[in-house]
Design a binder for this molecule. Structure first.
Ligand code: C5J
Length: 220
């Protein structure tokens, strides 16, 4: 067990029971011409974390620890998308509508796929999630229980939406949660900052945050 520097205080990383969860690093959120860009967002902010995220993934693979990927996406018939979620956004730019990378956030469409630089390796778990949180309506809880995981390191996008939601779900389920702060990003820098502050406030009320390098040192 290695105590690594983290906010709000050192995190006791257990290399025997930790897994990495990489949230929604999908083409529709990161690439020019995707869903995120069509909403007017600057996707270069999200692209900038790809190298750090790739380094983190390589570190977990090298340490023989699980790497779990998630994708926010829905069945082609949208049967797993609540009417409330379906109604959000501008007409023509809603879930299931035709976008430049296929139907927006629909499983099997090019835009729903994970970016090439972070593509899952054979054997790695990929969780398709219909919600913002990765535990909601998915097999994630069972996967983690079967693997004996007690700690989760988080990376991915966006910090204040799917990453923070999943960290909160995990925290309530008893996992110790550590955010890799340079491997997560938001379209809105102030939201990223605020999310990290909310997560680490009040003695790690949701979890801890630390740079990728510190996580990798703890794994070694
Ligand atoms: C959003 C996500 N922001 N992955 N999805 O809708 O954070």
């Amino acid at each position: 067990m290695a105590a690594i520097p983290a906010a709000p205080y050192p995190f006791a990383l257990d290399p025997e029971t930790v897994a990495l969860i990489v949230i929604d690093m999908q083409r529709d959120f990161l690439e020019h011409g995707g869903f995120g860009a069509s909403l007017g967002n600057d996707v270069t902010r999200l692209q900038a974390i790809v190298p750090a995220t790739a380094r983190l993934i390589r570190g977990f693979r090298a340490a023989g620890r699980p790497v779990i990927h998630t994708r926010e996406c829905h069945a082609p018939d949208l049967s797993d998308c609540s009417p409330a979620k379906l109604a959000r956004g501008k007409p023509g730019l809603r879930i299931g509508d035709a976008g430049a990378m296929g139907r927006i956030l629909v499983k099997g469409e090019p835009g729903a796929e994970i970016v090439a630089a972070l593509f899952p390796e054979p054997g790695e778990t990929v969780i398709d999630k219909p919600g913002k949180g990765a535990f909601y309506a998915t097999e994630l809880g069972d996967v983690l229980a079967r693997a004996g995981i007690t700690q989760l390191v988080f990376a991915g996008v966006t910090t204040e939406v799917c990453v923070q939601t999943t960290m909160r779900e995990a925290n309530d389920r008893g996992f110790e949660c550590l955010l890799a702060e340079d491997a997560t990003e938001s379209y809105f820098p102030e939201f990223k900052r605020a999310a990290i502050e909310m997560i680490t406030a009040q003695g790690a009320i949701v979890g801890w945050a630390t740079p990728v390098d510190a996580v990798l040192e703890g794994l070694a």
